[in-house]
Design a protein around this ligand. Structure first.
Ligand SMILES: Cc1cc2nc3c(=O)[nH]c(=O)nc-3n(C[C@H](O)[C@H](O)[C@H](O)COP(=O)(O)OP(=O)(O)OC[C@H]3O[C@@H](n4cnc5c(N)ncnc54)[C@H](O)[C@@H]3O)c2cc1C
Length: 396
């Protein structure tokens, strides 16, 4: 029977990062089992914003640690993550100025390069944007976006070079347990015996957890984007933007277009195995309007494409990372809540530390623990920007 020291389920950014870091830590026999292909889940569809602006210290720490990877990719991982450091503005409602100020101060404290700018100063940096509804913005001059597929491929390539085995087109049909221990995984090709299983299965995690009685408050969610060609009179300057007033994020794509994702309120859960990969016209119209609100010059832009992906939202909209208490040897990274591409380098490192040493030293994973829900302690951020995260359905 096939054996492994650790089986990682899922080859998105988080699964491949975890496998890479386990191999780097000296774990000899790591197997990644993926039911489709590399980046087949949320990762391949990601907007892939790379920035530090979170409304809590714990995710900021993961983002700051991960930023070291993105900016030193060839040395730390190898290959190319496709990072574009074009800068980031975060727009928040003026009545939440105190929250913005507190968050930027916290982010600086944690090591992020970020500034609070007046709308006038920001307009000098990017004159294409309308600042009519803000007094201040957060500015990260070195943030931007990466290529989520290239990131995953290079994690996978580096992991393979260190001996990690990848089984693609291979679904895990069941996690095997005996008493309170994990003993292996079942696949159509047979059982892989192991005492450590890491579930990085994105929107499909419930399908693995439910048969073994693990009940986490997670729901698959649909996330959509549209692409609009820059209009004739739009200046070439284009940064990355998170707009908490219009409920959008956006960034350049293909050298001459804007990729935008817009909040449309929480939809009913979607089946990750049967979701529409193409959004409808209402969604495109909504994106176009929100885009024009922030960039008036885009009123003459042409819609050039759309796509949709599926992610996993936790009930408190924060990722769920760590040991699953019911079973010794069971770990997870799930509930990405649309925001865990940029943090995947640090998430993989922290999970590898947890598995190999019993504790994560790079960033403390305690706040992310799966048991927080059963303890009745879901995550609550202090300084938010009005809309509750409960309304968020897209990447942030
Ligand atoms: C439209 C969109 C925009 C986004 N924008 C951003 C952004 O700007 N910044 C950001 O940080 N994040 C963003 N995100 C979120 C980010 O992409 C995800 O948080 C991240 O990619 C999750 O990676 P993952 O590896 O945990 O999961 P996934 O990428 O979903 O990977 C899970 C993998 O597990 C596999 N799998 C599932 N079940 C099984 C099984 N039983 N057996 C074997 N394999 C299995 C799946 O096939 C899949 O490949 C966005 C997401 C979407 C959809």
């Amino acid at each position: 029977m096939e054996t492994a020291d650790v089986v990682v389920i899922g080859a998105g950014a988080n699964g491949t990062s975890t496998a890479f870091h386990l191999a780097k830590a000296g774990v000899k026999d790591v197997v990644v089992v993926e039911k489709n292909h590399l980046g087949a889940g949320a990762t391949g569809k990601s907007g892939a914003l790379v920035r530090m602006h979170y409304t809590n210290e714990h995710e900021t720490r993961l983002a700051v640690e991960s930023f070291k990877y993105f900016t030193n990719w060839s040395d730390m991982v190898g290959g190319d993550c496709g990072l574009n450091q074009i800068g980031l503005f975060v727009f928040t409602p003026p009545e939440h100025y105190a929250d913005l100020e507190a968050n930027v101060a916290m982010q600086k404290e944690v090591g992020a390069e970020t500034y609070l700018l007046t709308a006038e100063d920001a307009a000098e940096i990017d004159p294409s944007v309308s600042f009519h509804d803000v007094t201040h913005v957060a500015y990260e001059p070195n943030s931007g976006y990466a290529d989520p597929n290239a990131t995953t491929y290079s994690f996978a390539r580096a992991a393979m070079d260190m001996g990690v085995r990848f089984k693609l087109d291979t679904p895990v049909t069941r996690i095997l347990t005996e008493g309170d221990r994990v003993t292996g995984v079942e696949t159509p090709d047979g059982v892989i015996q192991t005492s450590n299983v890491v579930v990085c299965a994105g929107a499909w995690a419930n399908k693995l957890f439910q048969p073994i009685g693990v009940d986490l408050p997670l729901e698959p969610k649909y996330a959509r984007v549209s692409v609009f060609r820059w209009s004739f009179d739009r200046p070439e300057k284009h940064m990355t933007y998170i707009d908490r007033i219009n409920g959008t994020w956006s960034r350049p794509t293909d050298g001459h277009s804007t990729l935008i994702g817009a909040e449309t309120g929480v939809r009913p859960s979607d089946d990750p195995d049967h979701y529409q990969e193409a959004p409808n016209q209402d969604y495109v119209n909504h994106c176009r309007q929100q885009l024009i609100n922030r960039f008036p010059v885009m009123r003459h832009s042409t819609m050039r494409g759309t796509w949709a992906g599926i992610l996993m939202r936790s009930v408190d909209s924060r990722p769920v990372i760590g040991s699953v208490d019911q079973y010794e040897g069971l770990y997870c990274m799930t509930g990405d809540s649309g925001t865990s591409f940029k943090t995947s380098p640090a998430i993989g490192k922290c999970l590898s530390e947890l598995i190999t040493t019993g504790a994560s030293s790079t960033v403390d994973l305690t706040p992310f623990r799966p048991s927080r829900f059963a303890e009745g302690k879901p995550w609550v951020d202090v300084h938010t920007y009005g809309s509750t995260d409960d309304e968020d359905t897209i990447s942030r």
